[in-house]
Design a protein around this ligand. Structure first.
Ligand code: NDP
Length: 292
């Protein structure tokens, strides 16, 4: 590759998330002064997974900074499914909590699906409940999961009108890959969803104007797979042997080919938190019958 190609525009998720949080802080102040309402967010952490501890801490901190009432509950890794469900029930019935999430993954003795199914859909800040998944898939509202929402905001930062573009989502999880594909379809992209059984992934990615990588494999997507000028959104968070965090895309290679690309860290991660807070504020407005 010639060394003097222009580098891609870096899609700065940290800066965009800060703008969103500043706007949220204004809205929250307004809600408090005009209606006496403080949006409340609940976060349940089960166990001591180091990455989950960091995510939960960051979410609670960001929530407090925009003026939310954050309520963090921690259970030990040995907690039974019933104990987890009891906290979910408490959040479901607590009027001061407008939205909440259960940090995944859960310890093996707890069935994550049972837990997600027990979340009241109108308080489902993560948008993982099947009612919200169905509504989003049908384009009938619902709560859009925060990471896909953040991905779309970053794509829109690179290009406003994406109708007709070829989009490839790598990964088909219910939490990231599938809802991101739905949102891209809603924006009239031609969407391909690739996964571990896809054949010749490099060729599939090469036709993409938009690539969203949500796999969990360090630097799997090489620069040579990227179509020149493509928008590349890297959802992956992988810790490598030397302790660094890297994405699913080989950034140093891809930045020389892509038109726009998100860094890791500082791309999708901060946007996920900002969008989670946005979702919670939306749920708070809904329950109080206030316009969005
Ligand atoms: P999952 O493990 O649930 O899904 C991974 C997906 O990648 C699966 O669909 C799997 O395919 C696919 N896959 C695995 N190996 C390959 C391969 N060799 N080629 C193509 N596809 C493959 O992960 P998540 O969706 O939950 O998360 C993905 C990544 O995003 C992780 O690194 C996670 O840490 C990160 N993440 C980051 C967030 C953020 O805020 N930045 C938020 C959420 C997640 P199959 O279905 O066939 O098994």
């Amino acid at each position: 590759m010639p060394p003097d190609l222009p580098l891609a525009r870096i899609l700065d998720g940290k800066a965009l998330a800060a703008l969103i949080r500043a706007d949220l802080a204004k809205q929250v102040a307004d809600l408090k002064s005009k209606h006496g309402i403080t949006p409340g967010i609940g976060v349940l952490l089960v166990g001591e997974d180091p990455a989950s501890q960091v995510y939960v801490r960051n979410k609670a901190k960001a929530a407090a900074e925009v003026g939310f009432y954050p309520r963090e509950v921690k259970l030990p890794a040995t907690a039974s499914e019933d104990e987890v469900l009891a906290v979910v029930d408490e959040f479901n019935n607590e009027p001061a909590i407008h939205g909440f999430l259960v940090q995944l993954p859960l310890p093996t003795q707890v069935d994550p699906q049972r837990v997600i199914d027990s979340v009241e859909p109108s308080k489902d800040a993560d948008g993982f409940h099947v009612v919200n998944t169905g509504l989003v898939a049908m384009g009938r509202g619902g709560v859009v999961p925060a990471t896909p929402l953040g991905c779309m905001e970053l794509i829109k930062l690179a290009r406003k009108d994406i109708a007709g573009l070829e989009a490839v989502v790598i990964g088909r999880s219910n939490t990231v890959g599938k809802p991101t594909a739905q949102l891209l379809l809603r924006e009239n992209c031609t969407v391909t969803v690739a996964h571990s059984r896809s054949k010749d992934l490099a060729a599939i990615v090469r036709r993409a104007d938009i690539v969203v990588a949500a796999v969990g494999r360090a630097e799997m997507v090489r620069g040579s797979w990227i179509k020149p000028g493509a928008i590349v959104i890297d959802v992956g968070i992988n810790r490598v042997a030397d302790g660094r965090l890297v994405g699913d895309v080989a950034f140093a290679e891809a930045v020389k080919v892509a038109g726009a690309i998100t860094p890791v860290p500082g791309g999708v991660g901060p946007m996920t938190i900002a969008c989670l807070l946005q979702n919670t504020l939306m749920l708070c407005r809904r329950v109080h019958d206030l316009p969005a």
